[in-house]
Ligand binder design. Structure first.
Ligand code: C5P
Ligand code: MG
Length: 197
């Protein structure tokens, strides 16, 4: 299997690129944000539990998102690999992911961080809010809180993967297609190595 973590701050373009990569490489796209929002729209017990945190731009507890991902991994069946989008968001989550994968003799091949300047992030999220209807994308103070939470609790996840030699930064200041090409060449290079070894 070939498993990718697509990392970066809110509004960096993880979801957009993950969908395209999932199609191109036949990977299963796992977005914890999408899963949590689907639970919220169903008004399920889980959705009710996380609604307040998501609407404030705070993180859902580690054990909640870890168990969501654990269930997805167990029920995945025969897939080529996963692309994780919006997870892990803490070092605890990254460690749990490694452990769950190791239990199946699997690992993360690469962690790619999408890099976008902060002013641009806020603009992109606000623009997305106009069409997505996401309340956490529409209010500037919530957007800023999400970026603060990223800087304080999530950015350090990059060091975890740097220590494993798996960290790859890619600029997403260009167009969607330009960034996709950059991502594809990073992935292709590693796939070649994976096939040869
Ligand atoms: O990944 P995305 O930006 O779509 O996530 C939306 C919200 O879902 C986050 O702002 C956060 O409140 C919550 N979330 C979380 N932990 C994750 C993924 C998402 O708390 N691992
Ligand atoms: Mg997203």
């Amino acid at each position: 299997m070939f498993n990718i973590v697509l990392f970066g701050p809110p509004g960096a373009g993880k979801g957009t690129q993950a969908v395209k990569l999932a199609v191109a490489y036949n990977l299963e796209h796992l977005s914890t944000g999408d899963i949590l929002r689907a639970e919220m729209s169903k008004n399920s017990p889980l959705g009710q539990k996380v609604k307040n945190l998501i609407e404030k731009g705070e993180l859902v507890p580690d054990e909640t998102v870890i168990s969501i991902i654990g269930e997805k991994l167990r029920n995945a069946g025969n897939v080529v690999g996963f692309i994780f989008d919006g997870f892990p968001r803490t070092v605890e989550q990254a460690k749990a992911l490694d452990k769950m994968l190791a239990d199946e003799a699997l690992e993360i091949a690469v962690m790619i961080t999408l890099e976008v300047e902060e002013n641009e992030l806020i603009e992109r999220i606000r623009l997305r809010g106009e069409s997505s209807g996401r309340t956490d994308d529409s209010d500037t103070s919530i957007i800023k809180n999400r970026i603060r939470v990223y800087n304080e609790q999530t950015a350090t996840v990059a060091d975890y993967y740097k220590n494993q030699g798996k960290y790859v930064p890619v600029s997403n200041m260009g167009t969607i297609d330009e960034t996709f090409s950059l991502l594809a060449s990073e992935i292709d290079r590693r796939l070649q190595i994976a096939i040869k070894s």
